[in-house]
Design a binder for this molecule. Structure first.
Ligand code: AOF
Ligand code: ZN
Length: 340
C-alpha cells in the first residue's frame, strides 16, 4: 500500500506550481495488483485527481474489482467541481486507500464517511506524515487560519545579505546562476511574494516567474511609511498590495492596506488569511525577515549561502534553528529549515 501511495505523492507534485490554493493530489487505480490508470490535479479550478484517473480507465477494467489510491481524502462538497466521493461511489470501487484526511472544513472526514456509508472499504492514513508534509501549506492555512510563511535570502560567506546604500556601486548579485531556476520554482509554488520597501526601491526586482513554468504570484510590499517609489518595475504588471500605516485605497491593481503600527505583523497575517492567501515567500530584506523570525511567524526558510566575501554590507538575518537539509546548487549551498 505504501509503494502505491508514494506513487500518488510523486504524481501530485506535478501540480506544484499550478494548483494553489488547492492541494497537490495524485491518484492511481490498481486492478489485479497492477496500476491501470493515474491522474493528478493539474491546475486550480481543473478536475480533481480522482476524476482524471477514473476517466482514463479503459473499458476492460471493472472498478468493482479495483482499488483507488489517493494522497488526500476524496472531497464530498460541491466546489468548482462536483464531489469526488460521489463519482467513486457511482463507479462502485471495491476499496479506497487515503493518505491523509482533508483539513478543509468543507470536507474534513465527510468524504471518507460517505464512502464507508456506501459500503466501500476505506483505509486511511497511509504514509500520513509524508502526505501532510507534501501539502504543508494547505494544512497550515486551514488548521491555523494563517498564511504559510517561507523565508528565502542569499548571503555571502561572511554573512551579508545586501550592500549599504553608499556601497551599492559594487554590484549586488550574491547567489549564482544555478540558484536562479531554484528561486523561480520556489516563487511559482507560493501564492504571494513579499519584500520590504527598502529592498523594493534599491533592487527594483520584477518578482515574476521567468525561468520556470508557473503562475506569477501576487506581490506584497511592506512599507510602514509608504515610501514605495511609483516607478518600480514590479508595479507595471499584475497585482500588488502595499501594507502601510497611512493609507487605504485601490487604484489599477495597486492596493494600499492600512494597518495599525503596533499590531502590524499580526494584522497583516490575519488580513492575508482572510483574503485566502495560503502561502507567502518572503524575499527580504534583512529587517523584514528578522522581525518575522523574532515573532515566530515563519514556517520554512531557504538560506542560500554563496562563497563570495564582501567584508561589509547589511548583515543577513539570524535564524536559531538546525537545518533539515542542504542542497548544493553550483557553488552555492542552500540550507533548508523547517520551524517545528
Ligand atoms: C480531491 N481531489 O484532486 C483535490 C481536492 O473548488 P474545487 O472543487 O476544486 O475544490 C477544492 C477543494 O477540494 C480543496 O480546498 C480541497 O479541500 C479539495 N481538493 N480534493 O478530492 C483533488 N485537489
Ligand atoms: Zn474532489
Amino acid at each position: 500500500m505504501q509503494a502505491y501511495m508514494s506513487q500518488c505523492i510523486e504524481l501530485a507534485k506535478r501540480g506544484s506550481a499550478f494548483v494553489a490554493p488547492n492541494p497537490m493530489v495524485g491518484c492511481i487505480v490498481v486492478y489485479n495488483e497492477k496500476v491501470v490508470s493515474e491522474g493528478h490535479h493539474e491546475f486550480f479550478g481543473g478536475p480533481h485527481a480522482e476524476v482524471v484517473a477514473i476517466n482514463s480507465l479503459t473499458k476492460d477494467i471493472d472498478p468493482r474489482q479495483s482499488e483507488l489510491y489517493v494522497n488526500l481524502e476524496p472531497c464530498a462538497h460541491h466546489g468548482k467541481t462536483p464531489p469526488c466521493a460521489d463519482l467513486i461511489i457511482e463507479k462502485g470501487f471495491k476499496k479506497v486507500v487515503i493518505g491523509s484526511l482533508d483539513p478543509n472544513p468543507e470536507v474534513a472526514g465527510k468524504g471518507a464517511d460517505k464512502l464507508r456509508a456506501a459500503g466501500i472499504e476505506v483505509v486511511i492514513n497511509i504514509l500520513q506524515k509524508e502526505c501532510e508534509h507534501l501539502n504543508r501549506k494547505f494544512y497550515f492555512f486551514h488548521t491555523n487560519k494563517l498564511p504559510y510563511i517561507c523565508l528565502k535570502w542569499a548571503e555571502t560567506k561572511d554573512g551579508f545579505i545586501g550592500r549599504h546604500i553608499a556601497d551599492l556601486y559594487s554590484g549586488k548579485q550574491i547567489s549564482g546562476e544555478e540558484s536562479k531556476e531554484f528561486v523561480h520554482q520556489l516563487r511559482a509554488e507560493h501564492m504571494a511574494l513579499m519584500i520590504g520597501a527598502r529592498t523594493a526601491n534599491l533592487d527594483n526586482p520584477k518578482l515574476t516567474v521567468r525561468h520556470v513554468k508557473g503562475r506569477d504570484p501576487l506581490k506584497l510590499i511592506v512599507s510602514r511609511n509608504n515610501t514605495v517609489e511609483s516607478s518600480l518595475r514590479l508595479l507595471k504588471e499584475g497585482q500588488t498590495w502595499i501594507f502601510n500605516t497611512l493609507s487605504a485605497e485601490e487604484v489599477n491593481g495597486l492596493r494600499f492596506v492600512k494597518l495599525n503600527r503596533h499590531t502590524f505583523l499580526e494584522e497583516m497575517l490575519e488580513y492575508l488569511h482572510k483574503q485566502g492567501v495560503q502561502s507567502v515567500l518572503v524575499e527580504g530584506g534583512s529587517q523584514l525577515a528578522q522581525s518575522l523570525i523574532d515573532h515566530g511567524y515563519w514556517n520554512e526558510c531557504y538560506r542560500i549561502c554563496s562563497p563570495l566575501e564582501w567584508k561589509k554590507g547589511v548583515p543577513a538575518p539570524e535564524i536559531k534553528a538546525r537545518e533539515t537539509e542542504i542542497i548544493e546548487l553550483g557553488s552555492d549551498k542552500v540550507l533548508h529549515y523547517l520551524n517545528r
